[in-house]
Design a protein around this ligand. Structure first.
Ligand SMILES: [Fe+2]
Ligand SMILES: [Fe+2]
Length: 166
């Protein structure tokens, strides 16, 4: 029998060209992230925690790669972009824990919704600034090599390189 009482699940974020940053290795990861987030939001109660866990695992790789690219191109390890990654991942892990231990699926769904609101502004500010920086120094994510090392700043970068940071 079809369960007509099942709530329609709304998806907060879908991929669009507004999210593209003209850097293939970053855009590919972001597309996967948006897809896994949508899968979490549309999952039924029996699947939502597994989907959210998959999103977290992917996000560990996603943020970890960006943190590595920053390290490879003169960002300080305490720069605000990497710090924001840490905070968001910590909140996601806490949400999964509460979902698992207390069965609080509502919290997990609310969190997925809020991540869908947070992500575009993160991508369009911090990730966009990083993408521009990586393009400027000719960064190759596969090898960590730079084709324009002379474009690197002399000192460490402490902000995220975007307009929102000094
Ligand atoms: Fe990103
Ligand atoms: Fe990022």
């Amino acid at each position: 029998m079809i369960d007509t009482l099942a709530p329609a699940r709304e998806i907060t974020l879908e991929w669009s060209d507004d999210l593209a940053l003209d850097l293939d290795f970053m855009d590919d990861t972001h597309r996967e992230f948006v897809d896994l987030l949508a899968a979490t939001e549309s999952a039924d109660d029996s699947q939502v925690l597994a989907c959210f866990e998959e999103l977290i695992t992917h996000t560990e790789g996603h943020f970890g790669s960006e943190d590595q690219w920053m390290k490879d191109t003169h960002f300080s390890s305490s720069n605000c972009h990497a710090m924001q990654h840490d905070v968001v991942l910590q909140v996601m892990r806490e949400g999964l824990k509460r979902g698992r231990e207390q069965g609080d699926l509502k919290l997990v769904r609310q969190m997925a919704h809020e991540i869908g609101i947070w992500f575009p502004q993160h991508a369009q500010t911090m990730d966009a600034a990083l993408a521009q920086h990586l393009r400027g120094v000719g960064y190759d994510a596969a090898t960590g090599k730079l084709s324009h090392p002379e474009a690197l700043p002399a000192g460490e970068i402490h902000g995220c390189g975007g307009d929102s940071c000094s």
